[in-house]
Each structure stands twice: as C-alpha cells, then as structure tokens.
Design a protein around this ligand. Structure first.
Ligand code: BGC
Length: 367
C-alpha cells in the first residue's frame, strides 16, 4: 500500500492522505468510516468515487487506480444481473428494485447481510465520471477497465429514469436531480473515454441528452436546480454537479442561481447543511458539503470564498486529525440528535469522504 504522497506542509492534508492510504483495503475498496457502527466494513460507490477523485488530485493516483480496479471487479461480478436488467428493459418487462445493484458492498466486493436503503444509481455514474477525470489528469486509462465501463453504461441506460434513494438514502419515491446529474455526468464521461462501441455510444448519448432535457424541463424552479423533479426545494448534493463534476458550466445563470439558493438556505457561517428538514443526528453541518461549495466557488473563479469554506471544514477536525461526517452546529432538528446517537453511536468520525473532499478542495485552491 502506498503512502507516497508528498508532504504538503498542511498537517490536515498530510493526515488525510495518510489516513485514506492506511485504510484502503488490499482489494482497493475504501471503507466509508472505520469505526462507525452502521458503515464499518462497507464501501459505497458514491463515497469511494469522490475519495478516489480526492486521492487522484492530491498526490496519490495509484490509490485511485486501485479503487477503480475494485469498482471494475464488482461490476464484472454482476455481469449476469446487469444483462438481465438490460434485457428486461429492452423487452419492456417490469423489474422490481430488489433486482437492482446495491449501493454499497463489503470491502472484498461481496454483498453484506445488513439491511440498507440499497437501490441508488448515482454512484454508478460517479465512478465513471471519476475514472474519466483521473484518466484525463494522469493520462492513464487501463484497458482492463473497458468491460466494466461498458457494463456500467448498460446498467445506467437501462435504469436511469427509475425513482431511487438519493445521496442520503432517502425518498425512494422520487427522481432526484443530483442522482440524474451523476448518471448523466457518468454517461458523458464514458462517451468521452472513446472506448464504447458505436451502439453503446449511441445509447449513452441518447440517454445523456434525455437526462439533460428532463432536468431542464422538470428539475429547475425559479432559475435553480431542485432537490427532485417537480420540487421547489434544494439539496446541497446538487453542488457536486457544479464542481468537481463540471456537469453544469461554471458561467451559466443556472449554476450561479443554484449556488446562491443553496447558500442562502443551507449555509450558516461557512457550514453547509444537507437540506431543510434534515433530522439525521439533528441535522448538523457537513464538512464535505462545505468543500463542495468551496469547489463550486473555485470553479466560478472566487478563490477567496473557496478558501473560506476550506478553513471552515478544517475547523471541524476532532482529536487533531479526524474529520467527522457532520458537526452539531446550528442543528436544524435538535430534538432528533440523541435518537440517532442512541441508535448508531456518535457521529461517524473519521469519515473518509470528508477527508477526501478536504484534499480535493485544498488541491484546487493551492494551485
Ligand atoms: C450518507 C451517504 C453516505 C453514507 C456513507 C450516509 O449517512 O447518507 O451519503 O454514502 O453515509 O458515508
């Protein structure tokens, strides 16, 4: 396992690189959090893809390579299931959510036995996006990953319009704009890799276009993106579509109005909430979301706002070097905090995704 990343002169960045390196499983999987009761032993496609992106940008690309190989082996292990889903779609046969791929796996790539809100599509798009960004950054896209990219395209083009759980494992009855954006970004990334055969490329292009049209038609209210199709609320997960995913161009009115609305509703003193009405651990502020906001500002050219978010995220550190999933500041629903502590123990700390987003934003502002 490499710890090759160069010392950066920023103790939290160095600690973050070392932490993620030391916890990456030999299989390439990143555990979401080593100690938190509900996450320990599991790797999410969503968290893992953003962690790989952070490692890729911050000085340890070989760690990202190993994660993408893990994604590939997990997808290839599900070849038959994906073929069944794609065939049913082509024949117009209904499929139950239980026939879809899970959102998280044990570190060896097998399925866990714990119940979870498992049908979530965003991570399968996000790994394609992160892989293409990594390939562009470092000039390497191993041929061995091509089959898994194609299978993932088959899976997403067969499932993209189904309602599913969102980033927060909630509201399976809706079609979430951030999820649709992650799927669209993933399909566009797969096309950009130029490894798809022409049938697949055509299918990916058609679906990617439909996703953009659907978001414009039903996922925008008052000039900003919305939490799900037909809603008027926002959700901080939408920030990822601005940056690092670049699904929204930094100079569009939709981008600036989405950022403005999210900040006016969800940011307090630099700390970003997930969405109004959040009750998870009382609905605190998430360092990783503050880093997404910082990345959005950096993409739009405002490095001083980006640095302010980075500083806020750094200020959430616990025990000198651990970033939590959230901090209990400005709780939206304080009455719910204890209920979650009783159920799952104290807030997940460290959360590798928080560390990775810190690294990712830091790499952006220190260029
Ligand atoms: C969050 C997910 C995340 C998971 C692991 C959950 O609480 O809702 O977005 O993937 O934790 O970090």
């Amino acid at each position: 396992m490499t710890t090759a990343a160069a010392a950066s002169g920023d103790a939290l960045a160095d600690a973050s690189l070392a932490l993620i390196s030391s916890l990456q499983h030999p299989s390439g999987a990143y555990p979401a959090s080593p100690t938190f009761s509900a996450y320990a032993g599991y790797c999410w496609f969503r968290d893992g893809s953003f962690i790989a992106d952070g490692m890729s940008a911050a000085g340890d690309p070989s760690s990202a390579d190993r994660f993408f190989e893990w994604c590939s082996s997990v997808v290839l292990d599900h070849r038959d299931q994906i073929s069944r889903v794609a065939a049913a779609r082509a024949l117009g046969q209904p499929l139950d959510d239980s026939q879809m791929l899970p959102t998280r796996f044990l570190l060896d790539g097998s399925h866990g036995s714990d119940d979870w809100w498992d049908f979530q599509l965003d991570g399968y798009g996000t790994w394609l996006w992160a892989l293409e960004a990594h390939a562009r950054r470092h000039g390497r896209l191993p041929d061995s990953l091509a089959d898994a990219v194609m299978l993932t395209v088959d899976y997403l083009t067969a499932t993209w319009d189904r309602p599913c759980f969102d980033w927060w494992e909630e509201h399976t009855e809706h079609r979430h704009v951030s999820t649709l954006g992650c799927v669209g970004a993933g399909l566009e990334a797969a096309i950009a890799m130029e490894i798809l055969d022409s049938d697949r490329a055509d299918r990916a292009e058609a679906v990617a276009r439909e996703i953009r049209m659907l978001i414009s038609a039903e996922g925008v209210t008052s000039g900003h993106l919305t939490k799900w199709l037909g809603s008027s609320a926002v959700d901080a997960s939408l920030l990822a579509l601005i940056a690092p995913m670049g699904y929204l161009p930094p100079d569009s009115a939709l981008t600036s109005q989405t950022l403005t609305r999210i900040e006016s509703e969800l940011a307090v003193d630099g700390g970003m909430h997930r969405y109004l009405g959040d009750t998870f651990f009382g609905g605190g502020q998430w360092p990783l979301l503050s880093c997404f906001a910082g990345l959005a500002h950096a993409a739009m050219g405002d490095h001083s706002a980006a640095r302010a978010y980075l500083a806020w995220a750094a200020g959430t550190v616990r025990d000198g070097s651990s970033l939590p999933e959230q901090v209990p500041d400005h709780l939206l629903a304080p009455d719910f905090e204890q209920e979650w502590i009783d159920r799952w123990g104290p807030v997940a700390t460290p959360l590798l995704w928080s560390h990775a987003m810190y690294l990712r934003l830091r790499s952006e502002v220190s260029r």
